[in-house]
Design a protein around this ligand. Structure first.
Ligand SMILES: Nc1ncnc2c1ncn2[C@@H]1O[C@H](COP(=O)(O)OP(=O)(O)OP(=O)(O)O)[C@@H](O)[C@H]1O
Length: 238
């Protein structure tokens, strides 16, 4: 992972700040965040509700511009890019997973995963082939033609992960990806995600309140008073 051939972080954040205007003045939730995530690394982001985890994911995912600071994806400083270029970069290099999967109910698992590839212009055959391969690698080889309502919560979330990886992103950003699952499913979904990160080299930043899960990540950071503090991976409390 850290060979001389590959020392460029997939995600590099430098001095990220984020201030929201509010009726009572500016609310600064990020106060200078630095972070590097290397290819294949799975990094946890913890912190109490309101500490700024989603704000950080939105800045890293080019969904919002930070108030100040630098975001680099694969060594490319995205600060100077216009909205169109940022959108292109987001679609081609970043995958998102949310607490609620937002799968299309009338599409089966395979079509839900294939859709982003069709939108990106891949052939029908290629989109299907890759959707099936992703679903199989996530343990859903027998569920291609199930619609979301015919899948368990954990299976639905695995379909959402497969969809987020459809266009081979370099960076995966997940906001409470197992937040609505029971502990067993939560662990299984996380292990699938981790396995995929290791085999594909996608770098993952995963916000979670689940300390047990955080303990299985390569590194864990806590957001505290607007700053990141690295925690021992086995730490169980913040
Ligand atoms: N658009 C906005 N305008 C004003 N304040 C905002 C805005 N978005 C977020 N905030 C505030 O910024 C703080 C951080 O929010 P954020 O959603 O990043 O926290 P979080 O750690 O992800 O929380 P949770 O774990 O509950 O999802 C919160 O106090 C929130 O109220």
């Amino acid at each position: 992972m850290n060979s001389p051939l590959n020392t460029t972080p997939t995600l590099r954040l430098r001095g990220i700040t984020r201030t929201y205007p509010t009726a009572s003045g500016g609310l600064t939730v990020l106060k200078g965040v630095d972070l590097d995530i290397m290819p294949g690394e799975v990094v946890g982001l913890i912190g109490p509700s309101g500490s700024g985890k989603s704000s950080l994911l939105h800045a890293a995912g080019l969904l919002e511009r930070p108030t100040s600071g630098q975001v680099m994806i694969d060594g490319e400083d995205v600060g100077g890019l216009d909205e169109r270029a940022r959108t292109r970069l987001r679609l081609s290099r970043i995958g998102f997973v949310y607490q609620f999967h937002h799968l299309l109910p009338e599409f089966d698992a395979r079509d839900n995963v294939a859709l982003p590839m069709r939108i990106a212009g891949h052939s029908e055959a290629e989109a299907r082939r890759r959707a099936e391969a992703l679903l199989t690698s996530l343990g859903l080889g027998e569920r291609f033609t199930h619609q979301p309502a015919q899948l368990s919560g954990g299976e639905q979330q695995r379909v959402a992960i497969a969809r987020s990886l459809a266009n081979s992103p370099r960076l995966l950003l997940a906001d409470e990806p197992t937040g609505n699952l029971d502990p067993t499913n939560s662990h299984a979904v996380f292990e699938s995600l981790r396995e995929l990160a290791k085999t594909t080299g996608v770098a993952a930043l995963i916000a979670t309140h689940n300390m047990e899960l955080a303990g299985h990540m390569d590194r864990v950071f806590a957001l505290k008073d607007g700053h990141l503090e690295e925690r021992a991976a086995e730490a169980q409390a913040y």
